[in-house]
Design a protein around this ligand. Structure first.
Ligand code: GLN
Length: 485
């Protein structure tokens, strides 16, 4: 059962081979046994989970079940979950029990999914290694001396170690795709606006997008079916006809043109990553696709533009954490201003403070034109590059991350090195395009490697189809870390 796909779990539940309570118990027991060494979960609440599982069993018995009813799901701790602690990996929210559910959580609950717990993450989703969490680092199940990637590192480790069949993540600059790559999983960031951000604690609102993380492409498609859809509570949510993302998975790839950005295949990629990505492209050619070289000339400016825009938005979004309405408040202070200062100084970690400082700086009078406006112009150029590229190809492929899972501490003292982990993922966020990562091999140290696909706007179904066909002829995605049996 722990290696089963969501479709297999659904069939087993419908056939009464297992109940939702038994399934939830199986994963809760694994969490109890394996999580202490991994630190993938911040909150687990057995009683609440089992109560939801019992409700799912009632629906299953009554013939009122959908394809996801009774299947356990873990949430990145950035999603507000009614009655559950929702920390966003921060001391600032270490006492915050959400009074409401995020849109995504509402959707999964009405589909009958069973909440398994809340996953560890980089503080306020700022990081690529899960080392910035107030709750401590998460270990990579493939090698516990290594990071799982970030910021959705807890979600990634939970699935890789089979503590959960699937989880949610969020991707502002790569936080679904990069941990998926480093932990041997499949993860998808939808087109900006496809999934409502309501109830997702805001980092950089013009970039944040929620998406599924799971073992396979098909699992991601089924989860996206539940997550996607219009929500009037998010002003950037898009109204589009409902779509079944799992419908076209089997389409043949004959005639597909895969664009390879020459900027993604230069120096900077580890040789093991390059070899695995090249081998995946060879596999695609066997499936009938052709590859064409394309260029994204402005993509080299993605990381600097992102590190102006994302901190600018973060500094504004995080101004709400003032110790007054909710969240952490310093125990001692002399007056109101002192209370603000101390609460924020004590409640936020180093990386979050660094971003607030950068963001406040680039938005301040005198620097706004030089930095923020300039970054916005670069963002437009990057988006235009993709528009041009998609005239010559149907989908773009390349590495997800320049390297495999690195050791704890390897990059935490050098923010720029850490920021470069997202060099291949950030362009899709800046352009608002859908992207995904799927396992395409291992390096010499048996660490997973991710292949990135970037689709055109709203072309998730095509991207999933392209990814699924690859998983039908390879088994990288089906492999499991040794220590997790
Ligand atoms: N690693 C990037 C950052 O630290 C992206 C994070 C994300 O996608 N949430 O900002």
């Amino acid at each position: 059962m722990i290696n089963a796909t969501l479709r297999e779990l659904s069939v087993a539940l419908a056939a009464k081979r297992i109940s939702a309570v038994e399934l939830a118990t199986l994963f809760l027991d694994r969490i109890q046994r394996l999580n202490p060494a991994l630190n993938a979960f911040i909150t687990v609440d057995r009683d609440k989970t089992l109560e939801m599982a019992r409700a799912a069993d009632v629906r299953l018995a009554a013939g009122d079940a959908g394809p996801l009813t009774g299947i356990p799901l873990a949430y990145k701790d950035i999603f507000c979950t009614e009655g559950w602690l929702t920390t966003c990996g921060s001391k600032m929210l270490s006492n915050f029990v959400s009074p409401y559910d995020a849109h995504v959580v509402e959707r999964f609950k009405s589909a009958g999914m069973v909440t398994l717990g809340k996953c560890n993450m980089d503080e306020f989703a700022m990081g690529s290694s899960n080392e910035t969490s107030f709750y401590g680092p998460v270990k990579n199940p493939w090698n516990t001396d290594r990071v799982p990637g970030g910021s959705s590192g807890g979600s990634a480790a939970a699935i890789a170690a089979r503590l959960a069949p699937a989880a949610t993540g969020t991707d502002t600059g790569g936080s679904i795709r990069q941990p998926a790559a480093l932990s041997g999983l499949t993860g998808l960031k939808p087109t900006y606006g496809v999934v409502s951000r309501y109830g997702m604690i805001a980092f950089a609102s013009s970039l944040d997008q929620a998406g599924p993380m799971a073992k396979s492409v098909e699992d991601c498609a089924l989860l996206l079916n539940a997550m996607a859809g219009f929500d009037s509570r998010d002003s950037t949510s898009l109204e589009r006809p409902a779509q079944d993302y799992a419908h076209d998975l089997e389409q043949p790839l004959r005639g597909l043109r895969i664009g390879l950005p020459k900027e993604f295949f230069g120096d900077g990629m580890e040789p093991g990553v390059r070899a695995a990505v090249e081998a995946a492209l060879a596999e695609y050619r066997k499936l009938g696709a052709s590859t064409v070289e394309i260029s994204l000339p402005s993509s080299g400016l993605s990381v600097p533009a992102y590190y102006v825009i994302a901190p600018a938005e973060a500094s504004s979004n995080l101004s709400r954490f003032d110790g007054v309405r909710y969240g952490y408040r310093a125990p001692e202070y002399v007056d109101l201003a002192d209370m603000y200062r101390k609460s924020r100084a004590q409640g936020f970690g180093e990386e979050v403070k660094r971003r607030i400082l950068i963001g406040t700086y680039v938005l301040s009078h005198g620097y706004y034109d030089a930095y923020y406006l300039q970054a916005q112009k670069i963002r437009r150029l990057i988006a235009n590059d993709f528009v041009e590229a998609f005239k010559h190809c149907d989908i773009i492929a390349g590495p997800t991350a320049p390297g495999t899972a690195f050791e704890f501490g390897a990059k935490s003292n050098d923010p720029v090195q850490m920021y470069l982990s997202d060099i291949y993922t950030i362009p899709a966020n800046l352009a608002g395009l859908p992207g995904m990562s799927l396992p395409c091999g291992f390096d010499a140290g048996k660490l997973p490697i991710g292949l990135q696909l970037i689709g055109n706007y709203f072309d998730e179904a095509r991207m999933l189809n392209v990814a699924h066909r690859y998983q039908q002829v390879t088994d990288w995605h089906a492999q499991m870390p040794k220590g997790s049996a």
